[in-house]
Every structure is written in C-alpha cells, then in structure tokens.
Write a protein that binds this ligand. Structure first.
Ligand code: NAP
Length: 334
C-alpha cells in the first residue's frame, strides 16, 4: 500500500495539474494511485511467484481431452447432468462456465433448468432417474436450493459413483476415512490440492492454515491436506489472533468470503498463499477480489494465487476431470 509521503506526492501532482476540475479529480486520483501502486509492485525485489490457475486448468484440459477421446473410441461419451433450479445470476454464470469447459474437453453437458417452485417429489424423481441412467456419469446441481426443497435429502439421491462435486452426505463422509473412495472430493478443495501439486509446493510436514470451516470448502480441504501429511490448523470467525495464526504458517489458504480480510501484516516472506475467495470487490464495482489483500501480499510472500485467474478456473476443470474419471471407472467396472 502507499505510505503517507506517496499519497502526498499524488495530491501535489494533481493540484499542480492545469485544467483539472472537481469532476475528473477523482478519476485522475484513482489512475495515479494505481500507477504508483503498480510501480511499487514492479520495483519491489521480493515479488511473489504467481500461481496461475489458467496454466493449471489448461494442463488439466489437455489431459481430459486425451482421456475423453480414448473413452469415445470405446463407445463411451463422458456426460455430466447439470440441474439448475431458478434463475439466480451466479448459478447461470457458473453454468455457462461449466458448459464451456465441458465442450472444450469432450464432455457432454446436459443442462436442465427447473422452476424455483418445483415440487420436491418431482425433483427427487428426476435425480433418482438420472442416478440410474447409465449414459450419465456425473450429476451436479447448484446450491443453495430454494427453501421449499430439502437440500440434504435431494443431495442424498445422487449415487456416490456420480457425485462429482461431493454433494451427498455419504460421499462427504468418505472423505474422512482417507484413501480411495467411490465418490469424489469437492471440486474446489481438489482444485487447491491440484494447484499445490502442479507447482510442486510440498505440503507434507508443513504448517498449513485453512481460514474457513464450511462443509463445501474449508473442512474437506483440511481433510485432503491431512491425508497429504500436512499439519493443519482450521480457523474461523471465532478464532483469536488470526494474524498470528497466519503469520506462523508455511501455507495460508483463505476461504472466508470476506474481501481482503488477510492483510499484508498477517503474512511474511517465504509463505505460499492460496486465495479461494471469490468476492464482489467493494472498492471496484463489478470486479472480483479475493479474501487476501493481493497488492500487499504480492510484495511479501513467496507465491500467491490471483483472484480472478486462480483457484476458480481450476475448480471447473476439476469438475470435468471428475466426470471423465467416473466414466473411466464405469467403463472398467460396468
Ligand atoms: P461460507 O460457507 O460462508 O464459510 C465461510 C467461512 O469463513 C466460515 O467458516 C466462517 O466462520 C469463516 N469466516 C467468516 N468470516 C471470518 C472472519 N472474519 N475471520 C475468520 N473466519 C471467518 O463460505 P464458503 O462457501 O466456504 O466460501 C468461502 C469463499 O470461497 C467465498 O468467497 C466463496 O465465494 C469462495 N468459493 C470459491 C470457490 C472457487 O472455486 N474459487 C468455490 C466455492 C467458494 P464460521 O464458521 O465461524 O462462521
């Protein structure tokens, strides 16, 4: 961040500028601030290595395409069924991203849009039928579902073999046993593990702090890290001394959904930072930001994932990989 002197410099530059009025003062000030910030980042000798999600997603996509072509040559077309209930813009955005990824890697994506008023029995019957349909290899629906639907029950109708995002309690429970399972890990948690693997960041024996304990991200990720022999700390909104907890870790993973909660002062050189947060940026309308103050962290730590362009891209790629894996298992076993 800029210090007081740097801020004063910007103010001086602006007040000495001829032909500047109140209307464009704000805009000019923003542009100069961004330039100054960028200069700071560029001239800093301790820049973090950027762990690009794009690169990891591309590598996964290459692998998926090869495997999908192989499956197709044996008469099996890997297929994902996606159910969307209602018209939430976030769900539609994610659905489009899933469709795009599937198309790129040779996975068929069957989408079904249901009205928010759908009766539970009706949706349940569709899920049961799809679970029994041998031409479908993966099933996914967006959550949260509307409050009139019992989400836990509906998730339980997805057979573990096709539960490609670990939605059902039974599949989630398998994660806690360690070792190979019938189901799949949640895509976001698996995406983080894939990023660490791809960039050869060792986790065995390392102190890893996971900020966030949600059932979809924080907890399952902690289990996967434990399986990989990390020493895991799970922190949450009631944790004390969060800055200290983060500072002591070798790897900091943020999944809290709070824009820039993790500040530069919480971090130190040598750390790896994985930012799962996908938040609307309160300082930059319409843009997205992570749970970590990227500008501050970037000049401090050894490696960091950007937002956007980090874990999110890998998550969708992992979903496609899970569908292909499910199809491979089925074609071997079934
Ligand atoms: P969530 O269900 O709201 O859980 C947030 C977790 O963060 C909770 O455990 C909460 O603690 C903790 N927390 C909240 N405020 C905190 C604070 N001030 N200090 C410490 N911990 C705090 O969210 P989620 O579904 O896990 O998602 C987390 C973030 O990841 C969101 O930004 C979401 O958009 C993003 N996300 C990204 C992807 C992706 O693929 N990139 C996928 C899923 C989610 P308590 O348990 O004590 O309430």
């Amino acid at each position: 961040m800029l210090n007081q002197n740097e801020n004063n410099n910007i103010e001086n530059k602006l007040t000495n500028e001829p032909n500047i009025n109140d209307e464009n003062l704000d805009l000019m000030s923003k542009i100069l601030l961004e330039e100054e910030l960028m200069n700071n980042i560029l001239t800093n000798q301790q820049e973090a290595r950027i762990l690009s999600g794009k690169e990891v997603a591309a590598a996964i996509a290459d692998d998926c395409l090869t495997r999908a072509i192989h499956l197709q040559s044996r008469g099996c077309h890997p297929t994902l069924a996606v159910f969307r209930v209602g018209e939430r813009p976030d769900d539609i955005y994610y659905e489009n991203s899933i469709k795009r990824h599937c198309e790129q890697v040779g996975v068929r994506c069957q989408t079904l849009t249901l009205p928010a008023t759908i009766r539970e029995e009706e949706f349940a019957s569709m899920l049961t039928q799809t679970s029994q349909d041998s031409s479908i290899h993966g099933i996914f629906f967006f959550s949260p579902l509307p409050p009139n639907l019992n989400e836990t029950y509906l998730r339980s109708l997805i057979t573990p073999d096709k539960d490609v995002d670990c939605l059902a309690r039974a599949t989630q429970a398998e994660l806690y046993f360690g070792g190979p399972t019938r189901g799949f890990a949640p895509c976001t948690a698996a995406a983080v593990m894939e990023m660490l693997r791809y960039y050869q960041i060792p986790v065995a024996g390392k102190q890893v702090v996971v900020l966030g304990r949600s059932l979809v991200v924080g907890r399952p990720l902690a289990m996967l890290l434990l399986d990989a022999n990390a020493t895991v700390t799970i922190a949450h909104s009631k944790s004390e001394n969060l800055s200290q907890v983060c500072w002591q870790a070798d790897i900091v993973i943020a999944a809290v959904g709070k824009p820039r909660l993790v500040q530069g002062g919480w971090l130190r050189p040598g750390q790896v930072v994985i930012d799962i947060g996908a938040n609307a940026d309160p300082e930059n309308g319409g843009k997205m930001c992570g749970d970590v103050d990227f500008a501050a962290a970037h000049s401090m730590v050894e490696a960091i994932t950007p937002v956007p362009g980090g874990v999110g891209l890998v998550t969708t790629a992992i979903l496609c990989r899970h569908v292909i894996e499910a199809a491979e298992r089925e074609s071997v076993n079934g």
